[in-house]
Design a protein around this ligand. Structure first.
Ligand code: HEM
Length: 304
């Protein structure tokens, strides 16, 4: 095994990467904070449940962040962000693994009970399948596995979208009466999936971003209305209309739309900054810069 593959703060050439080192500190932070708060008895009467929920939330966040790497590269013209994809994906797997460990601790390591619950409770079954898939993708994310599997590697790693659906479904099912957070994360997932479905030549375009923000917000609103309609019989139009009421703060669908607009503003600001050589934003068609950029996009990318 290449020793550099364990030193996640180094780039593939073995050089220290400040971006990866800072990201490593940031991804460890939420777990460290939960651990410290647990040690200081700052998590209420059921600290295990709090940590279990916190780790599950962060597993979903890191999963979404790993899927945000490709859009960030294209929309913000930031090729270096690709270095973070593997780190973020493996982090999601570690948080999900720790989430299962907390569940086992909560069940006092009674394996019979744990297996029985996972088999019998549908939300745990799909969580378990999502975790298995996440584990396989994390384990095969190395350069060695990428080489060994060749073209099949990409096909295997497309499973991330299946596992994302399962993880979000697990989130909805365990949420009981309030699905706001699950709706918010699902709306972000809709943005990320919709961006991938757009033809490649439009993916870096600024004008794509406002309609994408609107689409993700509406998708989140629709999913929320459908969920409450099916789960509680609430009238869909009343749930949809609640999005217009800001007296309790923005509803999840509105928050998703706002996140989409933040991406638009970031892309706008990025274009105002001086451009690096070979930038994908170079305007003139057929210039060497544009040719380089499109060649770069066509090249198979390392997962880093
Ligand atoms: C064997 C696998 C898994 C088990 C046994 C499991 C178990 C649980 C349990 C017991 C809860 C809390 C339910 C409650 O309080 O009633 C929960 C919540 C949650 N799980 Fe899992 N889970 C698994 C896999 C996953 C995976 C793979 C993810 C994400 C990638 C995930 C994300 C979440 C999230 C986001 C929550 C809700 C957190 C919140 O409400 O703040 N889980 N899970």
């Amino acid at each position: 095994m290449n020793p550099n593959s364990l030193a996640v703060w180094r780039d593939p050439a073995g050089r220290f990467s400040p971006l990866k080192a800072v990201t490593l500190l940031l991804v460890v932070w939420p777990a460290a904070e939960l651990a410290v708060r647990w040690a200081l008895h700052d998590l209420g009467g059921r600290p295990i449940t709090e940590v279990l929920h916190g780790l599950g939330d962060w597993a979903v966040r890191f999963l979404l962040l790993s899927l945000a790497v490709s859009p960030a590269r294209a929309v913000l013209d930031w090729p270096g962000v690709v270095k973070l994809r593997r780190l973020l994906g493996v982090t999601a797997a570690c948080y999900a693994g720790a989430h299962l460990t907390l569940y086992c601790i909560d069940q006092k390591w009674q394996f019979g009970t744990i297996v029985g619950e996972i088999v019998l409770r549908f939300y745990l079954t799909i969580g378990f399948v999502a975790l298995l898939m996440l584990g396989v993708l994390a384990a095969t994310s190395t350069d060695g596995w990428q080489k060994r599997l060749g073209r099949r590697w990409k096909r295997l790693h497309r499973l991330v979208f299946v596992l994302l659906v399962l993880a979000l479904w697990h989130y909805f099912l365990q949420s009981k009466s309030d699905v706001s957070n699950a709706v918010f994360f699902t709306g972000l997932a809709c943005w990320l999936v919709a961006w991938r479905l757009v033809p490649r030549r439009w993916q870096g375009k600024l004008l794509l971003l406002p309609p994408l923000a609107l689409f993700a917000g509406l998708a989140a609103a629709g999913i929320e209305a459908a969920w409450y309609g099916l789960a509680t019989g609430a009238r869909a139009w009343l749930v949809l209309a609640a999005n217009l009421d800001v007296s309790f703060g923005p509803r999840p669908a509105v928050a998703v739309g706002l996140c989409g607009l933040v991406v638009f503003v970031a892309a706008l600001l990025r274009r105002a900054l001086p451009r690096r050589r070979g930038s994908a934003f170079q305007p003139a068609a057929g210039t060497p810069a544009r040719a380089n950029a499109s060649r770069r996009r066509c090249r198979p990318t390392s997962s880093e």
